[in-house]
Design a protein around this ligand. Sequence first.
Ligand SMILES: [Zn+2]
Ligand SMILES: [Zn+2]
Length: 279
Amino acid sequence: MAKYPINIGRWLRAAHSLLAPRQEQCLSCGRLGHQSTVLPGICEACARTIPWIRKPRCRKCGRHVGCPDCARGSDGSSLIRNRSAVAYSSEMRQWLSQYKYRGDEKYAEPLSRMLDSAYSILKAEIEAEAKLKWNADLLVPVPVSGLRLAERGFNQAERLAQYISAHRKIPVMELLIRAHHTGKQSFKGRAERLADMKRAFVPNPVWTQPFAGRIPFPDSPNSGIRTVPPSLSPSVRIIVVDDIYTTGSTIRACADTLQGMAISSGIRAEIYSLTWARS
Ligand SMILES: [Zn+2]
Ligand SMILES: [Zn+2]
């Protein structure tokens, strides 16, 4: 009988472990198990419990449950609609805090992929309604203050936007910065805080002409482009990106500032938002 080399058993085990699905420690539950094929770092069991929002109850803000605020009618905001990947359950809250506050970079990939699936949903919805191919022209992350950036070392909204940008070939432009407000928020009344939120974001001065060259200026006499009725004029399609949508006041404030920038550049903007979670 032929004699096998003595290390054949070890070799077979190594070959078997290469062929078998990878067993790795799950970021969420810590158990060794088969990793989800779509969400690296997350085991299949945890991936099955994700509270995806595939069909939002509220068409405007993308909420998974009834939404009295939007049902009341137009809020006068420039935001057309928000879509979120998941409901903000206690597990999702833990995932976000591991990433955002504890700096666990391993969450970046699964969270970004989840947000990208919300992009797919938004795109499919608009394409079904408009019966046209649709893609965003620009991604604008919600900015964090300089202090927060120094504490965390990164802006989670910007990281999420960069992933979609690389995947979808849509540019990211940090068109907004946080405005500085004087005085402690906790000493201010509700009206004063709301007024502060409305003015919370201002144009980033590094972009003097953010939309120049990107989108034709339909009504500009020197553009050489035929004037078209406003209803048909091309508009820049902007997606504001953030990790979470709670009351929506942050996203709406960003949308309003962006709309103001577009108007002062002589163009129309369609503003949407994508957030990883909807509370
Ligand atoms: Zn797990
Ligand atoms: Zn709503």
